[in-house]
Design a protein around this ligand. Structure first.
Ligand SMILES: NC(=O)c1ccc[n+]([C@@H]2O[C@H](COP(=O)([O-])OP(=O)(O)OC[C@H]3O[C@@H](n4cnc5c(N)ncnc54)[C@H](OP(=O)(O)O)[C@@H]3O)[C@@H](O)[C@H]2O)c1
Length: 313
């Protein structure tokens, strides 16, 4: 992490395949038209890291926006970093490569920079993304374990189809055994993280192993009242002449994580990209915030907290 300009900071991956831009744009946007415009606005504002998922059901729109955006700006595929994620209903090893290829096809890409297992929970295999029994309970799949799925991701790397692999919505206790057994070590772990959920122990483990912790919901998912109105954050923002969103994103990058944010219009894309380093005392004040809050319960069930319920695949 040598780049002093936080906007351009890139973190090396532990597999020697390159770097991940620390500041990333997340595509968890339910509306297809907004997905296209927001993705394009993010590219135009300077974002070079795009986080997708088959479960967001908008990979086609992201692919369309990226293709048009690259053509219009003269950027090459290698200039951007694209991630997508394997959904819970595709954990069986024989389902991994077809799911990966389908994502690649929808995104109009011929390789991925990073492929993540979206959650450690395997759901009933099939095309139904949210399988439920008659009582509305999720139908899990006990015929596969996370290491089996991980092995199928390792094969994708062997075949040169994706450069790095990782996990999401995983706890430190679940990560350790995968890390220890993996032939190809996880390069990135994507979890909810912000000043109300700093995930300090997980971050320490990741730093020790060279794994990038990629934080989602850095602005508290925009939920009000919340981080964007926190008095410590607001006071720092006023003091340094930045917005609360810029303070929260700068803190995330300066503490050594990569971070994903979801601005939905051009003005917010520019705002969220325009971060600069906070002074040490401001970082310390944020680190001393005592409020603790997890916003997304996905880590307990595998059911996504911020995504509308899927009724069919
Ligand atoms: N692995 C997982 O399970 C998982 C879960 C959640 C998210 N993610 C990923 O992480 C990405 C980021 O998560 P997130 O969407 O929760 O991030 P976030 O940036 O914390 O929250 C996004 C919300 O904050 C508001 N916002 C954005 N910029 C703002 C600004 N400058 N000032 C005030 N409000 C602002 C927006 O609200 P408006 O709607 O009003 O514009 C937006 O909907 C997602 O897109 C997705 O890629 C992954």
């Amino acid at each position: 992490m040598t780049e002093s300009d936080l906007r351009l900071r890139r973190i090396p991956l532990n597999n020697g395949t390159g770097h991940i831009p620390a500041l990333g744009f997340g595509t968890l946007i339910p509306d297809p038209a907004v997905t296209i415009s927001a993705t394009r606005d993010a590219l135009d504002a300077g974002f070079r890291h795009f986080d997708c998922a088959e479960r967001y059901r908008n990979e086609r729109e992201v692919g369309e926006a990226l293709q048009a955006g690259l053509a219009a700006t003269g950027l090459a595929r290698e200039d951007i970093f694209v991630t997508t994620k394997l959904w819970n209903s595709n954990h069986r090893p024989e389902r991994v490569e077809p799911a990966f290829e389908a994502s690649l096809n929808r995104l109009r890409l011929d390789y991925l920079d990073l492929y993540l297992i979206h959650t450690p929970f395997a759901f009933q295999p099939g095309d139904e993304q949210d399988p439920r029994d008659q009582d509305g309970n999720v139908i899990y799949d006990d015929g596969v374990n996370l290491l089996d799925t991980w092995g199928a991701l390792e094969t994708l790397v062997d075949h040169g189809k994706c450069r790095a692999i990782g996990l999401s919505d995983i706890t430190l206790n679940e990560l350790r055994p995968i890390y220890e057994s993996a032939r190809i070590k996880p390069a990135v772990v994507q979890v909810e993280s912000h000043p109300y959920l700093p995930e300090t122990e997980l971050l320490e483990f990741c730093k020790e192993k060279g794994i990038v912790l990629l934080a989602f919901a850095p602005l508290g998912h925009g939920i009000k009242p919340g981080l964007l109105e926190d008095p410590v954050i607001s006071a720092i923002a006023a003091r340094v002449g930045k917005t609360p969103a810029q303070v929260l994103l700068a803190w995330a990058v300066q503490r050594g994580t990569a971070v994903l944010t979801t601005p939905k219009c051009a003005a917010r894309a520019k705002e969220n990209f325009d971060i600069s380093a906070l002074p040490e005392d401001a970082l310390n004040e944020i680190n001393r915030i005592q409020t603790r809050q997890r916003l997304n319960p996905v880590v307990t069930t595998g059911v996504p907290g911020f995504i509308p319920r899927a009724t069919s695949a």
